[in-house]
Ligand binder design. Structure first.
Ligand code: NAD
Ligand code: LMR
Length: 340
């Protein structure tokens, strides 16, 4: 029977599981789109006390999906239970912004959540857990979670900029009349915020330099970059709520590529800076990586140095992340010692 060939079950913790992103993501995890069609999953769904009732409904719907890969569905408001023995965690649970807010405005409301969850991950999860932070401000929340998990390598904590990458690739595809499949090496540098730098310097369209194919610097600088930077706000303006199904899709993409692998392709991941590219250590800064599979990522270092424009763009988002780190200093108890 199939059981003999079955891969080990992945225990996947998802926070904010009854929220909009959770609702759009769970069915896709359950169907095998995150870890591949042969990897069974046990879902460990974490919510607030008030969230447990709607979560019960979501869990009923997952059961009603009759997914062959689902081995169990845990529902809890206790972080240590939610992260217990987890192989993977997707940290979504946090307040979304409304119209007129910047993502950094969520700092005081949300960062404290990630201190609590970092501690619980440290206490209860598998030592080789991989953690993806989606809740905003995602980069700085990843820093807070990692700093509160002193026994787990901070490199295992990532923040999501895959949505930004997907948005940027989509815009290039439309502009050049090319399927997204033929757009490669688009990079998101820095923060998942309006200071991020969506960079086409190394990008290819049908194997040719994207900037040559587009041949329109004004469009790149005055339309493309601001549009990607402010796409979250554009969606909020249109939908009256922050992006959910595209965010869920990007989280699936990120984890799929991390675990299943995406070969030579470049994927932007907001990871703890190790000083590469001249970025200060210990901020979570999005950089291009290759993902060979099994939870591993490798920075793409074999690229030409940034030109003056790119260097200034990379610097602006770096500075914002340093400011964000200052704003959450009180939540970084374990930051000294471990990370340097
Ligand atoms: P939502 O309000 O629909 O859902 C959030 C859920 O989290 C709610 O069900 C809430 O009860 C739960 N929650 C709150 N605190 C929690 C805690 N301490 N533990 C467990 N659960 C908790 O919001 P959403 O639309 O799903 O968005 C969630 C977050 O993701 C927001 O911060 C949003 O800004 C962010 N986001 C990030 C990206 C990205 O690209 N990184 C994209 C879209 C949205
Ligand atoms: C997004 O990029 O859509 C999310 O981070 C939500 C937001 O507040 O923009």
């Amino acid at each position: 029977s199939a059981a003999a060939a079955e891969a080990p079950t992945k225990k996947v913790a998802v926070t904010g599981a009854a929220g909009a992103i959770g609702y759009a993501m769970l069915m896709r995890i359950a169907s095998g789109q995150m870890f591949g069609p042969h990897v069974p999953v046990e879902l460990q769904l974490l919510e607030t006390e008030q969230g447990l009732k709607p979560l019960r409904g979501v869990a009923m719907e997952i059961k009603d999906g009759a997914f062959p890969l689902v081995r169990g569905i845990k529902q809890t408001a206790d972080p240590n239970t939610g992260f217990g023995d987890a192989d993977v965690a997707v940290l979504v649970g946090a307040r979304p912004r409304g119209p007129g807010m910047e993502r950094a405005d969520l700092m005081s409301a949300n960062a404290a959540i990630f201190a609590v969850q970092g501690k619980a991950i440290n206490d209860a999860a598998k030592r080789d857990i991989r953690v993806l932070v989606v809740g905003n401000p995602a980069n700085t929340n990843a820093l807070v979670a990692a700093a509160n998990a002193p026994d787990i390598d901070p490199a295992q904590f990532m923040a999501m900029t895959r949505l930004d990458q997907n948005r940027a690739m989509g815009q290039v595809a439309i502009k050049t009349g090319t399927p997204v499949r033929d757009v490669e090496r688009v990079v998101i540098w820095g923060n998942h915020s309006s200071t991020q730098y969506p960079d086409l310097s190394n990008a290819l369209v049908n194997g040719k330099p994207a900037l040559d194919v587009i041949n329109d610097t004004k469009w790149v600088r005055e339309e493309f970059i601001p549009r990607v930077q402010k796409r979250g706000a554009e969606i909020i303006g249109a939908r009256g709520a922050s992006s959910a199904t595209s965010a869920a899709s990007a989280a699936i993409d990120h984890m799929h590529d991390l675990f299943v692998g995406s070969g030579d392709a470049w994927q932007s991941l907001a990871i703890r800076s190790d000083g590469s590219y001249g970025i200060d250590k210990d901020i979570w800064y999005s950089v291009p990586c290759r993902c060979p599979g099994d939870g591993v990522y490798e920075r793409v270092l074999d690229i030409p140095p940034p030109d003056e424009y790119s260097a200034a763009m990379m610097d602006a988002t770096r500075k914002e992340l340093l400011e964000e780190r200052d704003a959450v200093k009180h939540l970084l108890p374990a930051a000294t010692g471990k990370q340097t």
